[in-house]
Design a protein around this ligand. Structure first.
Ligand code: SAM
Length: 224
């Protein structure tokens, strides 16, 4: 069996500490984001051998060389999306499904794209186990976006790209927000784009390190 911790154990206390010490203390203030991070059982989104570390201040391996991001970075990115109930959201890089679960808690419909089929299957299982509805996990190259459901009020890329894929900019709605780690393979700049009258305004949110976004409009293949 993958997961041993249950909701009757200490996970709610661990989440409360995670939110207070790792997230609120570092400046994330949006009460809806803090409440969502308090609510979503992160331990249901990590492999069993990492479960005891699920609420620690670091990324964790989720298989196939990929990671679930550090809780603080997840919180910052989520806050910067400025989600409203009913928003249509696209996530590129479903991974474990944890970020998608938060998006579903705060917005309307969520499409989450994952290029690795095994991870997509696991993300669907994790979301179901956590009782999250409102997320559709799709297998594909997320650098191309997902045109059937565009435009999106918010787009989050959870893997590092050398530039913002143009299809994602095209699929952003007027007034829409896009958050992404952009830059070289080793470390990147977390950036925010906001679309106004068809043009995007870009701001920098600081340094981050993510696994690469592999695809037609990201990194090509696994080579540097
Ligand atoms: N958001 C995830 C979570 O909550 O667990 C963590 C994402 S992990 C840091 C990055 C993910 O992006 C990996 O699962 C990787 O396979 C995926 N990925 C990389 N390139 C992709 C692409 N072109 N399209 C979709 N997913 C991609």
């Amino acid at each position: 069996m993958w997961y041993a911790m249950t909701e009757t154990d200490s996970s709610a206390d661990e989440r409360e500490k995670m939110v207070r010490l790792q997230i609120k203390a570092r400046g994330v203030r949006d009460p809806e984001v803090l409440a969502a991070m308090q609510k979503i059982p992160r331990h249901l989104f990590v492999p069993e051998d990492c479960e005891r570390s699920a609420y620690e201040d670091r990324p964790l391996p989720i298989g196939e060389g990929q990671t679930i991001s550090q809780p603080y970075i997840v919180a910052v990115m989520t806050e910067q999306l400025e989600l409203q109930p009913g928003d249509r959201v696209l996530e590129v890089g479903a991974g474990s499904g944890y970020q998608a679960a938060l998006l579903a808690e705060l917005a309307g419909s969520v499409i989450s794209i994952e290029r690795l089929e095994g991870l997509a299957d696991r993300a669907r299982e994790n979301l179901a186990r956590a009782g999250i509805t409102g997320v559709r996990v799709v297998v594909g190259d997320g650098t191309e976006g997902y045109p059937p459901e565009a435009p999106y009020d918010a787009i989050i890329i959870t893997a590092a790209s050398p530039g913002v894929p143009q299809p994602l900019i095209d699929q952003l709605a007027e007034g829409g927000r896009l958050i992404a780690p952009i830059g070289p393979r080793d470390c990147q700049d977390l950036i925010k784009l906001v679309k106004h009258e068809g043009r995007v305004e870009r701001t920098s949110l600081g340094g981050v390190c993510f696994v690469p976004l592999i695809g037609q409009f990201g990194w090509r293949g696994e080579d540097p």
